[in-house]
Design a protein around this ligand. Structure first.
Ligand code: ZN
Length: 239
């Protein structure tokens, strides 16, 4: 009965039987793992609290064939504050839906794992607008999945772009103003946010608070996310 000890973030849970739960975990080295937690719905079960979405910690798993079960968990962070603030909870729940749809079994995403925990810590503890934190999470997520849009060169003629342009979600990037396009306009400031934000540490998001162009960047980027990860029905309102 091989064991596996891994850091993990709980993305989702569902009741499985009277006393068991299925839990979807995001792990840095193994991607997504669906695991059963036996007996966790019984009162006084030591595993009851570790089955909740947003919980992160060190999980001891056992594997039998294709199936995993959670044997023990040492919770390191449960992000309690955001779970009790309806507005922030809506944003965090959307992030978990994005991860639930994007993270695959046996595909390691260690950098995205760290970014997710860092972003949740900001959502939980910082005073920054949740709409700003969601935009930054979406941009980092897309970049980590290899979907960063190309915003420094025209997707039609190939010329470098260094100013206002159009953002064409279906072309995965910007189109210059000399090329025909009915995609929405993007100001140079918003375009530079799309270019730079995913290349800096998530914690740098605070530098954008008060920046006049981030709401525009957020509104243009959301349709781009929706095209690639279909969880828009869970998306929180835009700024
Ligand atoms: Zn062009």
């Amino acid at each position: 009965m091989p064991g596996l000890s891994t850091h993990a973030l709980v993305l989702r849970r569902s009741d499985y039987s009277d006393s068991d739960r299925m839990v979807t975990l995001f792990t840095p080295a193994h991607g997504r793992i669906d695991a059963i937690t036996r007996g966790c719905r019984k009162p006084k079960s030591p595993l009851l609290n570790c089955c909740e979405p947003f919980v992160s910690g060190e999980f001891q798993l056992y594997q039998r064939g294709e199936r995993f079960s959670i044997e023990q968990c040492q919770i390191s962070e449960s992000f309690y504050e955001l779970r009790t603030d309806y507005d922030r909870l809506c944003h965090g729940a959307y992030w978990l839906k994005l991860l639930d749809a994007a993270v695959m079994p046996d595909v390691p995403l260690p950098e995205l794992f760290l970014i997710s925990l860092r972003a949740l810590a900001h959502l939980n503890y910082s005073e920054l607008p949740p709409e700003l934190l969601t935009m930054a999470f979406e941009m980092h997520l897309m970049a980590q999945l290899g979907y960063a849009p190309r915003v420094d060169a025209c997707q039609k003629c190939g010329r470098p772009i260094d100013g206002d342009a159009r953002f064409d979600a279906t072309r995965s990037g910007c189109v210059c103003l000399n090329c025909a396009s009915d995609a929405p306009r993007i100001t140079n400031g918003a375009r530079r946010i799309l270019l730079k934000l995913p290349r800096t540490r998530y914690d740098q998001v605070k530098l954008l608070d008060g920046h006049p162009d981030w709401p525009e960047a957020a509104r243009l980027f959301r349709p781009y996310v929706n095209l690639r990860i279909q969880v828009q029905r869970f998306a929180p309102p835009l700024p």
